[in-house]
Design a protein around this ligand. Structure first.
Ligand code: IYR
Length: 220
């Protein structure tokens, strides 16, 4: 797209009542979302993952550059490689690199360096952020990459929940091993890793609550 080209916006034209109902029912729906760490091995069709990725990829981004790539992995061998490499980094994190305070802050979530979900979940999606584009061998600018990819990741998590599936934001650190295993080009950097699948039967989640409105908002 080189010059200005506008089309009419397709509005849903909700009444005020419909707006209130939609906001409230979506809030209730989203408040049921939880980060789940125990996955069933039940298969999820590739077409489902395609839809989830395309929802995420519809996110707003700086200058509409869509500076992201979603690497979808169902191959068992590759998942195993990722688990081994992630657990190696996480062992160092949990045993040497994370501060006492950080470990204390995580205690109630029951996380540790063992990441069974990296093999159990039928799919892993590694969200890559593009630090620049390459077009015909030429380097092209992208803008607000972290903001853009963060928004797309949020929409991906929302889409996964809406599909009746579960995920969690896994942040193995450092994530360089993912670029190597997935053989990604130098302009792509791993941003987040999301397992996607069904929860294991009788999966449990931490008994936590979210801040209330007065703690997360200021009104002017
Ligand atoms: N990256 C580690 C540790 C971890 C960090 C935070 I902050 C969490 O909210 C949860 C885990 C891991 O994925 O286990």
């Amino acid at each position: 797209m080189s010059k200005k080209d506008f089309i009419p916006y397709q509005s849903d034209n909700y009444s005020s009542k419909e707006v209130s109902e939609a906001a409230s029912s979506f809030r209730n729906f989203m408040e049921k979302r939880r980060s789940v760490r125990d996955y069933s091995s039940k298969a999820v069709p590739k077409e489902v993952i395609e839809d989830l990725i395309m929802t995420a990829s519809s996110a707003p981004s700086g200058a509409n550059k869509q500076p992201w790539v979603f690497c979808a992995i169902s191959d068992r061998e590759m998942k195993k490689k990722i688990r081994i490499a992630a657990e190696k980094e996480e062992y160092d994190n949990y045993h040497h690199r994370m501060s006492e305070q950080w470990l204390k802050d995580l205690e109630h979530l029951g996380t540790n360096e063992v990441k069974e979900f990296l093999e159990d979940a039928p799919w892993l999606i590694v969200v890559m952020r593009k630090t620049y584009d390459i077009e015909d061998g030429e380097r092209k600018n992208v803008y607000y990459v972290n903001e853009s990819v963060g928004i797309a990741a949020g929409m991906l998590i929302t889409a996964i929940h809406k599909a009746g599936l579960v995920t969690l934001t896994h942040t193995p650190s450092p994530m360089g091993f993912l670029s190597k295993i997935l053989d990604r080009p130098i302009n792509e950097k791993p941003f987040l890793l999301l397992p996607v699948g069904y929860p294991k039967e009788a999966a449990e989640v931490p008994n936590i609550t979210k801040k209330d409105l007065s703690e997360v908002s200021e009104w002017f």
